[in-house]
Design a binder for this molecule. Structure first.
Ligand code: SF4
Ligand code: SF4
Length: 238
């Protein structure tokens, strides 16, 4: 039996009770971990607006913050999990260069959720797309379905995990929008760490939120808008 299967079986044996409460989509993960049972609200839709004009080539503060917050290795091996990456783009006709962070786009119509055979990939009522590691069988269909290459399979041994971000070897994972922080009234680690205020986080549904007001006044785009996935992450300056 492979090491992954051995770990999975032993985990399932010891956590049947935990799995029974952890699989309910829409629950606040922090509340489950702390014995409360409140649901995420569909009145809210969490999202981010990324200002590419402010994002500096070579700056990786958001990537470093995400790795630290979520207990990721930072890509020691090429196959190690990565939830956010910096992309450098160059327009060959004008020479204009762009640098932007790319993570799970928290699609309203997520293909990763559509293809998942076990309902491990799920979308919360507030728009956050997650993987329930207790249900994930590691088939990786969602990785193939995601047009943003936002998902990773956990090959690497796990240690030094953040207790609020439990991970599972042999499962698929991606940016959680730092749901454990949001459920405590905080904001994503990448948005907090960015020295240039590139990432604006907030409620897309609240017309008085900073992000909603900004989206009404600046030109913004959805990456691969042609796919009609309506991502919660929007970009300006592209
Ligand atoms: Fe799923 Fe990819 Fe969309 Fe994230 S970006 S919700 S992983 S399809
Ligand atoms: Fe990583 Fe959190 Fe930013 Fe997502 S929101 S990329 S999990 S730091």
């Amino acid at each position: 039996m492979s090491e992954i299967n051995t770990q999975r079986r032993s985990f399932l044996k010891t956590s049947v009770g935990a799995a029974a409460v952890a699989v309910a989509p829409g629950m606040l993960l922090f509340d489950i971990a702390h014995g409360k049972a409140e649901g995420a609200s569909s009145k809210v839709r969490w999202g981010m607006l990324i200002d590419t004009a402010k994002c500096k080539p070579g700056c990786n503060e958001c990537v470093t913050a995400c790795n630290k917050e979520n207990g990721l290795s930072g890509g020691i091996a090429a196959t190690d999990s990565q939830w956010i990456r910096k992309i450098e783009l160059k327009d060959i006709s004008t020479g204009r260069e762009l640098s932007l962070p790319m993570m799970c786009q928290h699609c309203e119509n997520p293909p990763c959720v559509d293809v998942c055979p076990t309902n491990a990939s799920m979308k919360r009522a507030d728009g956050i797309v997650l993987v329930d590691k207790h249900r994930c069988i590691g088939c990786r269909y969602c990785m193939m379905a995601c047009p943003y290459k936002a998902r990773s399979f956990v090959h690497e041994p796990l240690h030094d995990q953040n207790p609020d971000v439990p991970r599972g070897k042999g499962t698929v994972e991606s940016c959680t929008l730092c749901v454990h922080r949001i459920d405590q009234g905080g904001k994503p680690a990448c948005a907090e760490a960015c020295p240039n205020n590139v990432i604006l986080f907030g409620d897309l549904n609240d017309p008085n939120s900073e992000i909603a007001m900004k989206l009404r006044t600046v030109a913004s785009v959805q990456i691969r808008a042609d796919l009609h996935l309506n991502p919660g992450v929007r970009y300006q300056g592209i």
